[in-house]
Ligand binder design. Sequence first.
Ligand code: HPA
Length: 277
Amino acid sequence: MNPVYEKLMKCYESFQKKIDFKPDVAIVLGSGLGDYANDIDVVAELDYHDIEGFPVSTVPGHAGKFIFGYVKGVPVVCMKGRVHYYEGYPISDVVLPARLMKLMGAKILFLTNASGGVNPNFTAGDFMMLKDHISLWAPNPLIGANIDELGVRFPDMSHVYDEDLQEILQKTAKDCNIDLKEGVYAQLTGPSFESPAEIRMLHNLGVDAVGMSTVVEAIAANHMGMKICCVSFVSNAAAGLSSNPLTHEEVQEAANIAAPKFRQLVSEAVGNFRQLL
Ligand code: HPA
């Protein structure tokens, strides 16, 4: 068996042995947004350490567990803490959790992240819904023998971010009085923040926000036929667009301030996703 698939199935078996729950929506929380887990009617939790072979995150602010429960009556699995490529894991490990949540039963993947604003019209604290993405430097997670059990060799990427989910997100944001910006997100590898020249390059490429996650997970989930959406929290102006040096603490502090609004948007949107399930 393909070793990547074998590892995934081992994790799935480990999950099945411990948890009897079928989520419809999978939620991935970005930097500092992990608090959202408090808004779930929790029925079970599964520590990443307790899943055989599961990659375990090392970044402060990225606690590691799956939370199972209900948001507005919708069964969800929520990842509290994700795996980043910059931690040194092979890319197949970085996307393993997204694949695993699809095997658990999730049809919708709701990704979130923190990002640097590249679009000069964005300000720190904005929310941006992804219309599309650009992947730079991180390897494509589908490289290697195709896992036919998961999807096709050459998946179409024309509509990675589901249009129905986008419509629901925008409508939900409006109802919540949240100005939900839209744009293109680029994933670079990190862990260093970008240089000002790189940000100018990204701006010229049509990028609106930049971060260190999400795109590889979206590629793997799209391969498996999941409906995907993503809201990025613009925690800071990208390098060179503000005079302050960037720090991880600044990103987390900004996320803490935005958390209540963010939680409201996620919960209301998940409730409204029911019409697509
Ligand atoms: N760059 C990359 N990733 C980020 C940033 C940034 O400016 N802010 C939060 N995550």
